[in-house]
Write a protein that binds this ligand. Sequence first.
Ligand SMILES: [Zn+2]
Ligand SMILES: [Zn+2]
Length: 144
Amino acid sequence: MAPDLHDIVDEQLRRTRQRYTRGRRQLVDLLVETGRPVTIAELLELGASQSQSSLYRNLAILEQCGAVERLTSTDDVARYELTEELSEHHHHVVCSVCGRIDDVVLPPAIERALGAAAAEAHDQRGYEVDSHRLELVGTCGSCG
Ligand SMILES: [Zn+2]
Ligand SMILES: [Zn+2]
């Protein structure tokens, strides 16, 4: 049986000598629910029942242990999402007006082409490429 998401986070936190508190579990649940990177303000709107300072601290601890990734957007406001270890490989599309970020899962043919780009980086510059990021920038449905 595949390990439960919460078991993985629990293990990640243990490795950094932190506990999986109720507040942290709630944040992981909220990030699973939203399915896109969200700001602290959005986490509060979504019902995170903790003070803003606890939110910052819990997110920093979840980031430190590798469960959460912090992204900065076009509006310079930090957004948080689960790392790919806990979700799936994906890319981001960013709104240049309001800073909203959504996840995009690309078809295998495009991922293969990005793999070829890694080989190209190796051939041209001698890098061993082990991952890639692709960010699409545009205008979201609310701003367009
Ligand atoms: Zn927008
Ligand atoms: Zn990819």
